[in-house]
Write a protein that binds this ligand. Structure first.
Ligand code: G6P
Ligand code: MG
Length: 211
């Protein structure tokens, strides 16, 4: 019997993973870096700067810290242009049904995201009030695969890691969950089929049977 469910945001609650990919592509196309969907999958869940480092490692060029910061800011601006257009209709019925059903079962619900834009996305999609706690990239020092953001979410909910499920689309997120002592649920992305999770679901309403 679980007390809480902690959700990753991008690629789990909303399809912002696509917007991240499209925003990175503007940069990689200009730099002549072959950044495929498959390569994006391998960096899912990493922080903005860790993602950029992994992407630039695909180039033969070297970049200064100043150039990297400018590139990260440019990518974020392209990403935010799309995020600012988000609305509640972008949240799938299955997601809303799962959140409602879990709450009715008495579970505490939180978001555990590496993103510094998490609160804006939750506001734009009308999801903020669905959660008892939100832990995001602006609140932690170490990004996934470090467990800090999930431990922060559990602390805000006042539950122990063993009492919570973490739902992730990223292998880095599953590693973070396991390192923190949580049970991990894979949902799409590069999490599905990775062998890193305790459970795997294809719809979030399946969580109603697990939690
Ligand atoms: C999420 C996404 C990553 C993204 C990270 C930072 O974890 O899965 O792809 O790099 O957040 O997002 P941000 O919105 O702060 O750039
Ligand atoms: Mg994700």
């Amino acid at each position: 019997m679980k007390k809480a469910v902690i959700f990753d945001l991008d690629g789990v609650l909303v399809h912002t993973d696509r917007y991240h990919y499209n925003a990175w592509r503007i940069l990689t196309d200009r730099l002549g870096i072959d950044f495929t969907q498959e390569r994006y999958d391998s960096i899912r869940g990493l922080s903005r700067m860790d993602s950029l480092e992994r992407i630039l490692a695909l180039s033969s060029r070297q970049f200064t810290q100043e150039e990297k910061e400018a590139m990260a800011a440019e990518k974020n601006e392209a990403y935010l242009q799309r995020v600012r257009q988000m609305n509640p209709e972008e949240v799938e019925g299955d997601v809303r049904e799962a959140l409602k059903g879990l709450r009715e079962k008495g579970l505490l619900l939180a978001v555990g995201s590496s993103s510094k834009n998490a609160k804006l996305i939750l506001e734009r999609t009308g999801l903020t009030a669905a959660f008892d706690a939100i832990a995001d990239g602006s609140m932690v020092r170490r990004a996934k695969p470090d467990p800090e953001v999930f431990l922060k979410a559990a602390a805000l909910l006042q539950v122990a890691p063993a009492e919570a499920l973490v739902v992730e689309d990223a292998a880095a997120g599953l590693r973070a969950a396991k390192a923190g002592g949580f049970q991990a649920v894979a949902f799409g992305g590069d999490a599905a089929g990775s062998g890193l999770a305790d459970y795997e679901v294809t719809r979030l309403t399946e969580l109603l049977e697990l939690a």
